[in-house]
Design a protein around this ligand. Structure first.
Ligand SMILES: [Zn+2]
Length: 272
């Protein structure tokens, strides 16, 4: 992969963007396309990058930039933070992690905790903890001390950065779906180099997918395209414990083998 592309992908996944709080990611995406396309941002925070605005047909490329996260809902007298979920989590992977709390004054490092295994019954050890049985510790000793640093409603993301395994296999949190947003941004940059582009192409970095596909819906109404392509991630089925019989052939780092036609949605036509 070209160096500038890799840098862009890394910047996208390193920027926090839990649903409803996507601005840091939107900023990175906007900067990447500002030199080649007309840029607009709607009230939902979705970013639109348009090429050839007078062209036809109108094609929408869509990729959501939000990620799952947590949100502070309660601070105990002892200064421990309790959270609600932003999007769907596997609760088995929440405890024992470093996290970032994104406050108005910047991000605050913290850790997630639950009762130590030594203090669990044999039955408790086999159970997945409920969200209210987990907490976040910022090192505060009281509610007052904690509230000097964080506020109720502050969003939280996992502290997992971008890294390459064996030099080429990328790993990070939030590839769902900053990778899709990356693909449509780079596709638009490629199209910007085409001299005879007939279509109007609008790449949209959409918000709030994880909590109800909201930004893509409002984005599609705003653009009213004839054709729309949504790019998102899927699960590979070539790692241990998955089932090809159940989930089909879906190899990692290869094109999908299915010959299925691309998803296309017809909308009423209109000028670009
Ligand atoms: Zn997704």
């Amino acid at each position: 992969m070209k160096k500038d592309r890799l840098k862009f992908l890394e910047a996208l996944v390193e920027a926090a963007g839990p649903s409803g709080y996507e601005e840091p990611v939107a900023r990175v995406w906007r900067q990447r396309l500002a030199e080649v396309a007309e840029i607009e941002t709607d009230v939902m925070g979705s970013v639109f990058a348009t090429l050839n605005p007078k062209g036809s047909p109108k094609v929408m490329l869509s990729g959501h930039i939000d990620e799952i996260g947590l949100q502070i809902s309660y601070v105990s007298d002892k200064g421990f933070l309790y959270v609600n979920a932003i999007g769907g989590h596997d609760r088995t992977v929440i405890p024992g992690r470093r996290v970032w709390i994104h406050t108005a004054k910047g991000r605050v490092p913290a850790v997630t905790g639950k009762r130590a295994i030594h203090m669990q019954t044999a039955e408790e050890r086999t159970k997945v903890p409920e969200l209210h049985e987990l907490w976040i510790d910022i090192g505060a000793r009281s509610r007052e001390e904690a509230l000097e640093v964080v506020e109720l409603g502050d969003p939280v993301t996992y502290d997992v950065g971008f890294s390459l395994l064996r030099g080429s296999m990328a790993t990070s949190r939030a590839f769902d779906n900053k990778l899709g947003a990356f693909v449509i941004a780079e596709a638009l940059r490629e199209l910007a180099n085409k001299k005879k582009l007939q279509a109007c192409v609008v790449a949209v970095a959409t918000t709030q997918e994880e909590i109800g596909l909201r930004g893509a819906t409002t984005g599609a109404y705003r653009i009213d395209p004839q054709v729309a392509l949504a790019v998102d991630v899927t699960n590979p089925t070539d790692y241990p414990t998955t089932s090809k019989e159940k989930y089909g052939e879906s190899p990692l780092a290869k094109d999908p083998p299915s010959p299925a036609a691309p998803t296309a949605t017809r909308w009423s036509s209109g000028g670009c």
